[in-house]
Design a binder for this molecule. Structure first.
Ligand code: SF4
Ligand code: SF4
Length: 163
């Protein structure tokens, strides 16, 4: 798995032009059953993918934290929201709360999330490949294929089925 992850940025770069063309076509004319098709491709890929052998999202990017996330997680950690913010978060260039550093402080040595049950919404939804109207997040997806091997495979499968 680590070898696959190491090679991912280059593979994503090699596919970038093709992906851009594909998503621009998809945006203009999304297939009628896109949501259903994405659900299927997403499930097939994640049946094969073991995130515990990867955790590259937690190691390299981390999520943004909404106010609800902050409230829920700080309560779980028995901290005041401001204490949690001071200890773990910073504000990024888009004015969002993000991790102060990666790998995420809540990732343990075996790739388990120490706050799994209360983790940020963005973590539970990553890489967003089963969300509705998937064609509307193509810019984000084109970034995610360089981080997430599952997202990379999902986009390849989409092109095979719909390209
Ligand atoms: S979501 Fe993607 S990047 Fe994150 S652990 Fe799973 S396969 Fe790896
Ligand atoms: S909160 Fe958990 S799932 Fe989210 S980045 Fe940190 S370790 Fe990963």
């Amino acid at each position: 798995m680590q070898e696959e992850i190491n090679g991912l940025p280059q593979r994503a770069k090699d596919k970038h032009k093709e992906n851009k063309k594909f998503f621009s076509k998809l945006k203009k004319k999304p297939p009628r059953h896109l949501d259903r098709e994405m659900q299927e491709i997403h499930e097939e890929e994640f049946n094969r993918t073991d995130c515990l052998k990867c955790a590259n999202c937690c190691k390299t990017t981390g999520p943004l934290f909404t106010n609800k996330d902050i409230e829920r997680i700080s309560k779980h950690l028995k901290l005041k929201p401001q204490q949690f913010i001071d200890q773990y978060l910073r504000i990024d260039e888009d004015n969002d709360y993000v991790l102060q550093q990666v790998p995420c402080a809540f990732l343990d040595a075996d790739n388990y999330c120490l706050i799994y049950d209360v983790r940020p919404k963005a973590c539970s939804e990553f890489p967003h490949t089963n969300r509705k109207d998937f064609h509307k997040i193509s810019n984000l997806t084109m970034k995610n294929v360089a981080i997430c091997p599952a997202a990379f495979n999902i986009v390849e499968e989409m092109k095979r089925r719909m390209g």
